[in-house]
Design a protein around this ligand. Structure first.
Ligand SMILES: O=P(O)(O)OC[C@H]1O[C@](O)(CO)[C@@H](O)[C@@H]1O
Length: 535
């Protein structure tokens, strides 16, 4: 463990248990001092136990990790994905044509621009009815993909529902046939466009679902392949699958699946909201990239979000963090962030192959408010574990005639972070109960149940309104947060070897479940479950 980590731990030992509220008494300017603004976004981390000394120690840790150099390396196309020998260039997908980024001596920007133009033209053709498949205007689009080839576009289509003016868009990801069955029910094969989205074009769930949908279509249309498009890095495999090259949209292996919504994996979103709005989504991300590159660490939003994460997880030892959007249309954001954060930073081996000496990245979970308030907030307020909460809220909704409901939503969001910090003391609980009647031991017993320990940290990310631009900003903010945390932990955030073993074992279990092979070599539990579940 380096001196910087030790310094942080020592600082934490001195301030642990201190009431966050006292920091506001000591520093009336705390709310402004411990928040960061960027292009209309406000990130407030003042309701945490980070003080000036803690922030300085966190920034020193970030500086010592080589963050500035690694950030420059990522943006310039260096092969920072060391275990796979790849550059990491999702930022190139939104950089704009004025840039030049070399990978293996070749500028990747012209290819990206060309693919974006092709996607835009195809999306427009589908939206306008110029693309008719085999006869009729497309009414429904089915995106088949999983992980990064599903979560990004599925989350964003939902988030940007007010801008949705294209055909209906559906998503199939799970190998559970129930999902594809339910999605296809009610769709007309003659007016359905299928997008097979898979970076590798080998993922078993996606290819199995694609086969199922192709069979469904073949029952009604002469040439199902004419209504299939593909998004993939594997042009040879999409061709072998029979998808015409003019409907295949590629991207480089330097875009990780969970970072790929900005390119052709976003095609379903582009069809839903149109290329122009999609361009605004990219502009929002680009604005966050520029901020991330230019702002000093102390005023840098992704750095502040990441350092708050490091403080809570690796220093305070809180093993999870909750993402709580007070925005129903962001209901898939926690799932999206689960993949982004946990597939990126859920690793306990450092870049040099040694074991990490600190905790790997945290468990990320969440649900939109106010729904979560009526489900799991009980534990957040009174459970024995501390869960740092990340609130997300917008000043305005999209429904002016329901502004009173939006105001209630905002009030709830602010009330929760206030309640988490402030809590309710035993004395306050006693006074509350005394007014209701019980006395003596009964009053004491009842009061204890109504105590809130408080002093529970939270952050709030606030925006004007959830638009394509602000959604782009928010997603890029979280991407860069993951990057900064990964650099500080000294891990490779860009691979995902941890998903491989289960895939291999599932393949080996198929013939056993079919009864073609014996469960002989399996452990007792797996063999018994096979016996129970076999056909
Ligand atoms: O786009 P593909 O190649 O089908 O992969 C889907 C997902 O599977 C994973 O590789 C994990 O299994 C993710 O990283 C990825 O987003």
């Amino acid at each position: 463990m380096t001196d910087k980590w030790k310094a942080l731990r020592e600082h934490h030992a001195q301030v642990a248990g201190r009431r966050i509220l006292t920091l506001f008494d000591e520093d009336p300017g705390r709310a402004a001092g411990f928040s960061v603004r960027a292009d209309g976004l406000l990130f407030d981390f003042s309701k945490t136990n980070i003080d000036a000394g803690g922030r300085a120690a966190l920034i020193a840790l970030a500086e010592a990790s080589g963050l500035a150099e690694k950030r420059a390396a990522m943006f310039s196309g260096k092969k920072i994905n060391e275990t796979e020998g790849r550059a990491v260039l999702h930022v190139a997908l939104r950089a704009g044509e004025a840039h030049r980024i070399l990978v293996d001596g070749r500028d990747v920007i012209p290819g990206i621009a060309e693919t974006l133009r092709r996607c835009g033209a195809f999306a427009e053709a589908v939206r306008s009815g110029a693309f008719t498949g085999q006869g009729e205007r497309i009414t429904d689009v089915v995106n088949i993909g999983i992980g990064g080839s599903d979560l990004g576009p599925a989350m964003a289509v939902l988030a940007l529902a007010p801008y949705h003016d294209g055909p209906r868009v559906h998503f199939v990801s799970n190998v559970d046939g129930a999902q594809v069955h339910d999605v296809l029910r009610g769709l007309n094969p003659e007016t359905t466009l299928v997008i097979v989205a898979s970076k590798t074009f080998t993922t078993i769930e996606t290819m199995t679902n694609a086969d199922t949908v192709r069979r469904w279509m073949a029952g009604r249309v002469a040439d199902p392949a004419a209504q299939f498009a593909a998004v993939s890095t594997a042009a040879d495999k999409t061709a072998a699958y029979g998808i015409a090259p003019e409907r295949v949209f590629g991207f480089g292996d330097w875009v990780g699946g969970r970072y790929s919504v900005w390119g052709p994996i976003g095609l379903a979103l582009m069809i839903a909201i149109g290329p122009e709005r999609f361009g605004e989504f990219l502009s929002g991300a680009r604005a966050m990239d520029e901020h991330f590159l230019a702002a000093p660490f102390a005023a840098n939003m992704p750095v502040a979000l990441a350092l708050t994460g490091i403080w809570h997880n690796q220093i305070c030892g809180y093993p999870t963090r909750a993402v709580l959007p007070y925005e129903q249309r962001l209901s898939r954001l926690p799932a999206y962030l689960q993949q982004l954060e946990m597939e990126s930073n859920g690793k306990s081996v450092a870049l040099d192959g040694s074991d990490l000496t600190v905790q790997s990245g945290p468990v990320v979970w969440g649900e939109p408010g106010t729904n979560g308030q009526h489900a799991f907030y009980q534990l957040i307020h009174q459970g024995s574990r501390v869960v740092p909460c990340e609130f997300i809220v917008a000043r305005h909704g999209h429904e002016p005639d329901l502004a009173h409901q939006h105001l209630l939503l905002v009030a709830n969001c602010l009330a929760q972070s206030e309640a988490l910090m402030r809590g309710r003391s035993l004395e306050e609980a006693r006074a509350l109960m005394a007014a209701k009647g019980p006395e003596g031991e009964e009053l004491e017993r009842q009061a204890r149940h109504r105590v809130f320990p408080g002093n529970r940290p939270s952050t709030t990310l606030a925006m004007e309104k959830l638009t394509p631009f602000t959604l782009g900003q928010v997603l890029a903010l979280y991407e860069h947060r993951v990057f900064v945390e990964g650099v500080i932990l000294g891990i490779n955030s860009w691979d995902q070897w941890g998903v491989e073993l289960g895939k291999e074992l599932a393949l080996a279990l198929q013939p056993i479940l079919e009864g073609r092979e014996s469960a002989g070599g399996k452990d007792g539990s797996t063999a018994a479950l096979v016996a129970f579940l076999r056909g």
